[in-house]
Design a protein around this ligand. Structure first.
Ligand code: GLY
Length: 598
């Protein structure tokens, strides 16, 4: 990493109270490697790679490819993502394999005759699809950081086997397929696979994917060329040409062409760097908004008297020592950071994202000092001086201390619902992540403007937030991330805050109830489902501070996290809100949670 830039960003968030904090455990060796993902079979694939001498990059690649087979709701070849690498040698790198808008992408195609945005067009059908990045991104992760113990083809093999031989449908996939919206958006190829004979696959049915196996075999033999060119690329473009655009009937042309596929390139970026309570944090830079929001929020919070507030809350008897004042601070810090997101964040290759300004001590301090005892629902974004999912995350740590935090996405559950005939994989609906019309909310209710406007070859703004922390001795101590659209950011942040500020054990922190605040809409959403919801007295106290609240009877996010204790012992937790599994080398894979009963 560029030393000057790194020093600048570290300096930007080096706030008084973190100096001298933290723990050192340089001497304690890591006791085992770990893999956490949203499917037990994929976690097992990663553990097997570690056991056979692979490193974190090898295991992450094999796990992600396995997810493309066993977790079709979000695991993918036809989507994109971000991977954050932190090496045992102290080097970090962010790989951006986010989908890009095709060269002929044109915002007018998403509008009706009256110029009104038709949301369905950026969510289903061919206009929703960005140029996929996952196959090249995974290959690059292996090429740049793999141990050398595995060939690319060897890492594709477990996924290929799962596709060819099939696997038993798990309760989560069966549950997802009962969703009528999912069924409605699927094209005939996807329907034939997931609804054979017209009925959704059920728990225990064997899902065999020979066509996907064929695509994986090409990918194994030819590398990314086997996906971005030749029969797979032709099948992908052919699928877009035959698929219907909502409200228009058949597409006259698909946006994504063979040239777009052949020209797809990943971007290697420098991670954002920040500090929190003695931990050095590495986060995804734009086109993710996740890193900036996480570092802004932690920067604002770090300067507040967090430990005395925890003590006061403990004495007052609040659950988890989390009192209403602390929650009020979390909400206020999130609201301000999401206001900046809507105004300023987008693809840095197209829009000058004011990263330095948004992380500057002056701005962070201004934000912090603007927090009062009452909610400020009318905060404005940062103004320059002269004017104005479904997604899936996996975390891997190897015994040498290398880590990969990787989030990949199709955007909505099962992406655009378009499965490539002859390719066997689903295509993303990532173009909905653009602010196609300024100020008009996307599927997540997020608004944006010029910074995230749709432009040819541009990457849509993302909330994916793969994050890694090192301790003061430079050793990786946390590998974390989540799916969930903008809730990725809040879910990831809250686990970090619960572990570091409230002192909760990792599994408890992941399980604990969450809140979500994204500036617009104004209300903060609280998970209030029967198991472990927020104390009613706390919610009442927040209302009295003027915080608009909305209670949800569903959970959000699916955090996949690995924590290293000071003695080198490794903890791994997969979020019980979905059916993922944590795996520890030598100890096996945890049993996944079951979907909630209606
Ligand atoms: N598609 C979800 C995200 O990138 O934030």
């Amino acid at each position: 990493m560029d030393v000057t830039r790194r020093a600048l960003l570290v300096g930007a968030l080096l706030l008084a109270s973190c100096a001298g904090g933290g723990v050192r455990f340089d001497e304690a060796p890591l006791q085992r490697g770990a893999v956490v993902s949203e499917h037990p079979l994929a976690t097992q694939v990663g553990l097997d790679v570690l056991a056979r001498g692979g490193n974190a990059a090898d295991a992450a690649v094999a796990t992600a490819l396995a997810l493309a087979v066993v977790y079709p709701v979000a695991g993918n070849l036809g989507g994109g993502g971000f991977a954050l690498w932190a090496g045992a040698d102290g080097a970090e790198e962010a790989l951006d394999f986010r989908e890009t808008a095709p060269t002929s992408a044109d915002a007018a195609a998403y509008l009706d005759e009256e110029g009104r945005f038709v949301p369905a067009r950026s969510l289903v059908g061919p206009l929703a699809v960005g140029v996929p990045g996952s196959p090249l991104g995974l290959h690059e992760l292996w090429r740049r950081h793999g141990s050398g113990a595995f060939t690319w083809a060897e890492l594709v093999q477990p996924a290929l086997r799962l596709a060819r031989e099939g696997f038993a449908v798990d309760p989560w996939l069966a549950d997802d397929l009962t969703d009528e919206e999912v069924r409605a958006k699927m094209n005939p190829t996807a329907l034939a696979l997931f609804y054979p004979g017209g009925a959704p696959l059920e728990v225990g049915d064997r899902l065999v994917q020979p066509v996907l196996a064929g695509t994986l075999a090409r990918l194994a033999a030819e590398g990314p060329r086997g996906f971005y060119g030749g029969p797979v690329a032709e099948a992908l473009v052919g699928e877009l040409a035959r698929s219907e655009v909502p409200g228009l009937g058949r597409a006259t042309r698909g946006f994504c062409t063979l040239e777009d596929l052949a020209g797809y390139a990943i971007a290697v970026r420098e991670p954002l760097v920040g500090q929190f309570q003695g931990h050095e944090l590495f986060a995804m830079p734009p086109p993710s908004s996740g890193g900036l929001v996480i570092l802004q929020v932690l920067g604002v919070l770090e300067g507040l008297p967090l430990s005395s507030e925890v003590e006061a809350a403990r004495e007052a008897g609040w659950r988890d020592a989390l009192g209403e004042r602390m929650v009020h601070w979390w909400i206020e810090a999130l609201r301000m950071a999401f206001a900046d997101r809507a105004e300023h964040m987008g693809d840095p290759d197209f829009h000058d994202v004011p990263v330095r300004e948004l992380l500057s001590p002056a701005w962070i301090t201004a934000r912090r000092t603007s927090i009062s005892e009452r909610a400020r629902v009318d905060v404005a974004p940062w103004a320059p001086p002269h004017e104005s999912a479904q997604t899936t995350h996996l975390s891997v740590l190897d015994r040498a201390g290398n880590a990969v935090s990787m989030t990949t996405t199709l955007n909505g559950a099962f992406g655009s619902g378009l499965m490539v005939r002859g390719g066997g994989f689903l295509l993303n609906n990532e173009l909905d992540d653009f602010a196609i019309q300024a100020g008009v909310p996307n599927q997540f209710g997020l608004v944006g403007n010029e910074a995230n406007a749709l432009r040819p070859r541009k990457r849509p703004l993302s909330s994916m937030s793969p994050t890694i922390a090192r301790d003061t001795g430079g050793r990786v101590c946390l590998v974390i991330g989540s799916p969930g659209g903008p809730r990725i950011i809040t879910a990831t942040l809250q686990v970090m805050l619960r572990v570091w500020v409230l002192g909760q054990e990792l599994g408890d922190a992941v399980r604990s109830p969450r809140l979500h605040q994204q500036w617009s809409p104004q209300a903060t959403r609280f998970e209030a489902h029967e198991d472990g919801g927020w104390p009613p007295a706390l919610l009442e106290a927040l209302r009295e501070r003027g915080q608009p609240l909305e209670l949800l009877d569903w959970g959000f996010g699916s955090v996949q996290a690995i924590l290293v204790e000071p003695d080198g012992s490794v903890r791994a937790a997969s979020d019980p809100r979905r059916g993922g599994a944590a795996g520890l080398e030598g100890l096996g894979v945890t049993a996944p949670a079951l979907p909630p009963r209606d």
